[in-house]
Design a protein around this ligand. Structure first.
Ligand code: TYM
Length: 334
């Protein structure tokens, strides 16, 4: 607890362009939770280097992502928005937690299996221990709740296991975090292959809506979205393409899936796809305008970066001091 509020932590990687999946699955929920919780929203740049990055591009993407958090509506006075690499506690705690995590557990992580298949020439130890760093991110702030999309649930599970294991040895050191999954849109699928999640790293640009896509591009991508030959707008698992479009439309408009189905009953796919495209463009337009304005205000963004890193570091050190003492490291002499 900080000032009687429960604590929330979440983060995103600054790799690739953010997609509508990131927005609906995570960022949108962050906005609704910002008043209720004491929040920490990190740009997790330490995680990004598990895959080779161009340094200048990583730096620029990280800043854009941080700016985008604010453009989306997170108030940096209320929310601690910062770069993970500015708070050394993340890496320190990750090392300690590495010693409380088993190889077998990490070998079971589906994201590790996927990423090592994709980057077979660079299966580094960081890629393997990625979930431990994520556990450190979360446990460092005594987090109660972690809003994420469904694809991160396995990482949340291992975080809880590591925390419980540590607590069972040393007493109640870490709060055990709970995942928070939104009601709709916890897994937005590719527009070209609705059996696959929409992903920043998809090679086909038509598969994803990027948050910076302009209206024409958005509409064009939705027009090309893969559906089926049923010619019936229904919400079921046998029509994954339409199911995904309903999820997107309902996340953008706040309508339930049933409401969307009755709104479009008897109408054609073409008309529905256009409506989904318009709803997404209406949602992203104002965010993009705010982003371009904010990006120009270098001093303001610099101030956010500096102040929030200090705040995050303060809370991180509190937990780290406790952990270091518990595991038996000698106290610093001042
Ligand atoms: P990342 O950067 O891949 O994704 C950021 C957030 O977006 C969600 N998401 C989706 N939700 C719905 N549909 C989709 N198609 C979709 N694609 C992505 C993700 O679930 C995530 O919530 N390992 C994390 C970053 C991270 C983190 C953390 C998250 C590092 N430390 C601590 C929470 C807490 C990741 O790579 O997310």
């Amino acid at each position: 607890m900080i000032d009687d509020k429960k604590i929330l932590f979440s983060g995103m990687q600054a790799t690739g362009n953010l997609t509508l999946g990131n927005y609906i699955g995570a960022l949108k929920n962050w906005l609704t939770l910002q008043d209720e919780y004491e929040t920490f929203y990190s740009v997790v740049d330490l995680h990004s280097i598990t895959v080779r990055q161009d340094p200048a591009e990583l730096r620029s993407r990280a800043r854009k992502l941080l700016t985008l958090y604010i453009a989306a509506g997170l108030d940096p006075e209320k929310n601690c928005i910062y770069y993970q690499s500015h708070v050394s506690g993340h890496a320190e705690l990750a090392w300690i937690l590495n010693c409380f995590t088993y190889m077998g557990e990490l070998q079971r992580m589906t994201q590790f299996k996927d990423k090592s298949a994709k980057h077979a020439d660079n299966i580094n130890a960081g890629l393997f221990t990625y979930p431990v760093l994520m556990a450190a991110d979360i446990l460092l702030y005594q987090t109660d709740v972690v809003p994420v999309g469904k694809d991160q649930l396995q990482h949340l599970e291992i975080t809880r296991d590591i925390a419980q294991r540590f607590n069972s040895i040393y007493g109640d050191v870490f709060t055990i975090p709970e995942p928070y999954i939104g009601k709709t849109g916890a897994k937005i699928m590719s527009l070209q292959d609705p059996e696959k999640k929409m992903s920043k790293s998809d090679e086909n640009p038509n598969a994803s809506i990027y948050l910076m896509d302009d209206k024409d591009t958005i509409i064009r991508k939705f027009k090309r979205a893969v559906t089926d030959s049923e010619a019936n707008i229904a919400y079921n698992d046998t029509q994954p393409g339409i199911h995904n479009l309903i999820d997107i439309y309902s996340a953008c408009t706040g309508k339930t899936a049933d409401e969307v189905v009755s709104e479009f009953a008897g109408r054609g796919y073409g008309e529905f796809k256009l409506a989904v495209g318009e709803a997404v463009a209406d949602l992203l337009g104002p965010l993009q305008a705010r982003f371009f304005d904010l990006e120009k205000d270098k001093a303001y963004i610099d101030g956010v970066i500096k102040n929030n890193a200090e705040k995050a570091d303060y809370y991180a050190q509190k937990t780290l001091r406790k952990v270091k003492k518990k595991v038996g490291f000698p106290e610093k002499i001042r």
